[in-house]
Design a protein around this ligand. Structure first.
Ligand SMILES: Nc1ncnc2c1ncn2[C@@H]1O[C@H](COP(=O)(O)OP(=O)(O)OP(=O)(O)O)[C@@H](O)[C@H]1O
Ligand SMILES: [Mg+2]
Length: 232
């Protein structure tokens, strides 16, 4: 199993009040598969993903990614894990505004151990002609494709996507989803994706439904649907 999350707990305290954000969350994802986390706003999706990505800490429970127990790593080792193994994609792209498309991708490839070729990545996301453009000169979908290029250039084992289509229209969302599916197939990258959109679950091998910090349902698909055929 590629990802094993076991009995993960996380609380935040505000003054006297302590709220449990994750209550004994357990989930698994096989290598090379796509997992989707579905849940309403505030259910703890981003918190869970940030802990799996090594940018936040759990209170208790464990996470293994590709055999490495990331919940047992010290800060230096956790930084290595984030840099070497994880690509992040967010709802609002998070590109660096005063760098071109190519330069935004280079920021990551320059610090990667075994980066993919930038031209190949630009081609994969269909942005060769925009390589010298700045983010403000791009559409939302194009900016998200740059963000995907930036996340995959380090050839991460794991791609974490927090509502990657949340800011995009229908057609552009479909383009971005089919690009993620292509990355999964061509590079064998395991993908964990957060969404509000139940239809997107059809392209996943496994869907976990999160409600108020608890997994209430796990749905496995023997066959996944190509993103082009998903409608919502
Ligand atoms: N740093 C923090 N301090 C205190 N509370 C927090 C913190 N981060 C998140 N929370 C709380 O944890 C709960 C879950 O937040 P989280 O961001 O994980 O939700 P989400 O499922 O991603 O929601 P959305 O779909 O709106 O992005 C929320 O009630 C939020 O207010
Ligand atoms: Mg969130």
């Amino acid at each position: 199993m590629f990802i094993i999350v076991k009995n993960l707990k996380k609380s935040y305290s505000a003054g006297e009040n302590k709220s449990e954000i994750l209550k004994e969350v357990s989930l698994e994802l096989e290598k090379g598969q796509i997992g989707v986390i579905l849940g309403p706003s505030g259910s703890g999706k981003s918190t869970l993903m940030n802990i799996i990505g090594g940018v936040d800490h759990a209170d208790s429970g464990s996470i293994h990614v590709d055999g490495l127990e990331i919940t047992a790593l010290d800060d230096d080792k956790l930084t290595d894990y984030r840099r070497d193994s994880v690509g992040f994609i967010f709802q609002f792209y998070n590109l660096i505004p005063n760098l071109t498309v190519t330069e935004n991708i280079e920021v990551v490839s320059n610090i990667s151990k075994a980066p993919l070729n930038i031209d190949a990545v630009l081609k994969a996301v269909g942005l060769e002609v925009k390589r010298r453009s700045f983010p403000r000169e791009l559409s939302g979908g194009e900016q998200q494709r740059v963000a995907i290029a930036r996340a995959i250039v380090k050839n991460p084992k794991l791609l974490l996507c927090d509502e990657p289509t949340g800011a995009l229209d229908y057609e552009t969302s479909r383009d971005v989803l089919s690009l993620l599916q292509k990355v999964n197939r061509e590079f064998g990258t395991s993908i964990l994706m957060i969404t509000h959109n139940t239809a997107i679950g059809d392209m996943a091998n496994v869907v976990y439904k999160l409600r108020s910090g608890e997994i209430v349902e796990a749905i496995r698909h023997d066959e996944t649907v190509a993103s082009e055929r998903i409608e919502w």
